[in-house]
Write a protein that binds this ligand. Structure first.
Ligand SMILES: O=C(CO)COP(=O)(O)O
Length: 253
């Protein structure tokens, strides 16, 4: 059985004091279970503090983005080498907000995914359709195309380690969640797409998360679906209590 992976994406939120208060509350109360993996994806400036405080706990610390090069003249960017150096384990790649506001493309996403593996970081690759695409019945086509391009030229062993986060753009921060059945149908399609690119054996091991207005009140139903192995959570991950409830939900399945 696949483990559950609950990742909180803080986006551009929290001061150092707030990050500190969060980690102090969370680290003592994390469920001790191999069934669930908990990850906090924080702004770059918080990463050293969080990595330090999370030592000896099950909590993993992730970045929300990175550059694909190891170093160089890329003002304002952070490299995979730097993330690895401070003890970060995961990195979100191609979040829809990065695609929309920072012009990330399927090609840059693929380069970053390769760079993540080169440096021993696990990529959490975000895919998802816009409202227009959903209404035009293009969801599966869009998501499959993003997945194929993201994993292009990876080895099967690398594909097995990728975490895919299916986040319908219209459900992010809107309070609208895809129904659990609809979300599962798309996650199943993602798994079938991966199977065609690799094998059933690999596809069955890939963790596929759902993201978009996930809360303690809807997490159980989402995690009960056959192909949803976790969640990438924005708003409801900011508060220690609700983040812990979400992680706890991952131990129930
Ligand atoms: O974008 C998201 C996580 O990456 C989802 O955000 P919300 O949970 O706030 O809808």
């Amino acid at each position: 059985m696949r483990r559950k992976v609950i990742a909180g994406n803080w986006k551009m939120n929290k001061t150092i004091a707030e990050a500190h208060a969060f980690i102090e509350q969370v680290k003592e109360r994390l469920p001790k279970s191999d069934q669930v993996e908990a990850i906090v994806c924080a702004p770059f400036i918080h990463l050293p503090l969080l990595v330090e405080k999370a030592k000896g706990t099950n909590l993993k610390i992730a970045a929300q983005n990175m550059h694909e090069q190891e170093s160089g003249a890329f003002t304002g960017e952070v490299s995979p080498t730097m993330l690895k150096d401070i003890g970060v384990t995961h990195v979100i790649i191609g979040h829809s907000e990065r695609r929309e506001y920072f012009a990330e493309t399927d090609e840059t996403v693929n380069k970053k995914v390769h760079a993540a593996f080169k440096h021993g970081l696990t990529p959490i690759v975000c895919v998802g359709e816009t409202l227009e695409q959903r209404e035009a019945n293009e969801t599966k086509e869009q998501v499959a195309s993003q997945v194929k391009k993201a994993i292009a030229r990876l080895t099967d062993e690398q594909v097995r380690e990728v975490i895919i986060a299916y986040e319908p753009i219209w459900a992010i921060g809107t309070g609208k969640t895809a129904s659990s059945a609809d979300a599962n149908e798309v996650c199943q399609h993602i798994r079938e797409t991966i199977e065609k690119e690799t094998s059933a054996n690999i596809a069955n091991k890939v963790i596929i998360q759902y993201g978009g207005s996930v809360k303690p009140t809807n997490i159980d139903e989402l995690l009960a679906q056959s192909d949803i192995d976790g969640a990438l959570v924005g708003g409801a991950s900011l508060e220690a209590g609700s983040f812990l409830q979400l992680v706890e939900a991952g131990t129930n399945e």
